[in-house]
Design a protein around this ligand. Structure first.
Ligand code: 6PG
Length: 474
């Protein structure tokens, strides 16, 4: 057992994620002291019987057991619990100690905590961790931000415990202030959109393509080896293979069609409006989760509109599946494009100085949105630091040109068959808008000027104009 005051790191919150991160850190040679109010969690970690890991339920003893200046990670639920843990900790800390919040905290909370703690000489860092329980245990993607010198003190440990992609650690400095939590928030926004896209594909394949669970399992498993290679596609293949323990059916058919959310997707949509970044695929995914949760309303409404439409089956299900694969590929590219373009805008707005190539590179492994596609996205940003959107990158132009036809076609089919595909369509509409030299916003400007004298610009000369419109409408 270690002596007092020589554990390298502290971990507060010994739930599954916290305990798994402790074990991961210890596997890589770091000694870690843990703290939790729950004696059961303390006992569980101590029962691992590791020489260089010790859990406490007394915060004073815990903080005294750490080498100084301290580096203490928090893995507790986001929100007021983070503040209450900080308050409990503060009397035991000294100048230059670092607190690293590894939860999904809102970035504005992180900004406020930095502002409160910095004058006390305590470095507060927001750090996003993605990869779920397995990621935490064997290698997550880690998104740290904040004080650069504090980051340097923990950088090697983070690199050691992170997942590796092409031999590179899936962690790097994300930028100033709350950049770490911001990047994790956008990661989750993209996660929402990809999950929604996959569920829309499932809907079309099941109802229009008449794929049963076994066929879906095979299809997604194959897709996981092709252009769509990604963690979310792979787990989808595995999900369709899971039998239900309580019946003779498959588990997927027993799960209520009502999605929950903890908020990170909605936060992404909300802040996209602040930084003026269009992310319609993420917005659609958030709205669709809310609509899905309105189960009883939907059931009632379906009664009122029943027999509105009988779905026509695909004439060639394999050809339809192939089209769906290409459509999803196009939609995935456009979704990553929206999320990363939002990060560029947010970085300028909040002065994070986030390097987008670095973000893409650390999402290649460990995290929920890891995908083969991120290798090419990383290359595109590395080749052009000023890239506004991957839609404009040479690496993607021909891919999008080819596959957008499939996206268009499945959206048309969905509309004909009364199957809602808001995320697929949001990506198509975003793409069609992004590549449109002309959009009908001249009419919006005319209307604004008509009813509110808000002025407009002209195509043929510089300046700001207002018209006394001839027709008056009462
Ligand atoms: C990750 C996940 C993780 C968590 C989501 C779930 O990257 O490991 O994103 O952070 O599972 O927050 O979010 P919802 O409950 O909002 O779906």
């Amino acid at each position: 057992m270690k002596n007092n005051s020589d554990f390298n790191y502290g971990m507060i919150g010994l739930g599954t994620m916290g305990a798994n991160l402790v074990l991961n850190m210890n596997d890589k040679g770091y000694s870690v002291a843990g703290y939790d109010k729950d004696q059961k969690k303390v006992d569980q970690l101590n029962a691992e019987g590791r020489q260089e890991v010790k859990a406490f339920n007394d915060i004073a003893v815990f903080t005294q057991s750490l080498e100084t200046p301290r580096a203490i990670l928090l893995l507790v639920p986001a929100g007021h619990i983070v503040d209450s843990v900080i308050n409990d900790l503060l009397p035991h800390l000294q100048k230059d100690d670092i607190i690293i919040d590894c939860g999904n905290s809102h970035f504005t909370d992180t900004q406020a905590r930095i502002a409160t703690l910095e004058p006390k000489g305590i470095h507060f860092m927001g750090l996003g961790v993605s990869g779920g329980e397995t990621g935490a245990r064997f290698g997550p993607s880690i998104m740290p931000g904040g004080d650069k010198q504090a980051y340097e003190r923990i950088a090697q440990m983070l690199k050691d415990i992170a997942a590796k992609a092409n031999g590179e650690p899936c962690t790097a400095y994300m930028g100033n202030g709350a950049a770490g939590h911001y990047v994790k928030m956008v990661h989750n926004g993209i996660e929402y959109a990809l999950m929604q896209l996959i569920s829309e594909a499932y809907h079309l394949l099941k109802k229009h393509g008449e794929f049963d669970n076994e066929e879906l399992a095979d299809l997604f498993t194959n897709w996981g080896k092709g252009i769509l290679q990604s963690y979310l596609i792979e787990i989808t293949g595995a999900i369709f293979k899971q039998p239900d323990d309580n019946s003779n059916e498959m588990l997927i058919d027993k799960i209520k069609d009502s999605a929950h959310q903890k908020g990170t997707g909605a936060w992404t949509s909300q802040d996209a409006m602040n930084v003026q970044a269009p992310i319609p695929a993420i917005d659609a995914a958030v709205s669709q989760r809310i609509l899905s949760s309105m189960k009883s309303t939907r059931v009632q409404a379906s009664e009122k509109y029943k027999n509105a439409h009988v779905i026509i089956k695909a004439s060639n299900k394999q050809a339809f599946a192939h089209l769906m694969e290409e459509a999803l590929y196009a939609a995935f590219i456009i979704t990553y494009g929206q999320g990363l373009a939002m990060l560029s805008k947010a970085s300028a707005y909040y002065k994070f100085e986030t390097d987008i190539a670095t973000v893409a590179s650390i999402w290649r492994g460990g995290c929920i949105i890891r995908a083969e596609l991120l290798n090419e996205i990383t290359k595109a940003y590395r080749n052009n630091k000023n890239l506004e959107n991957i839609l404009e990158a040479d690496e993607f132009i021909s891919k999008v040109k080819t596959n957008q036809n499939a996206l268009r076609s499945v959206v048309q089919t969905a509309a004909d068959q009364h199957i809602p595909v808001p995320a697929l369509y949001a990506n198509l509409a975003y793409f069609d808008s992004y590549v449109s030299a002309w959009l009908p916003a001249n009419l919006i400007q005319a209307q604004r000027d008509f009813f509110g004298a808000h002025t407009y610009e002209r195509n043929d000369k510089e300046g700001i104009f207002h018209t006394e419109w001839n027709q008056k409408i009462q």
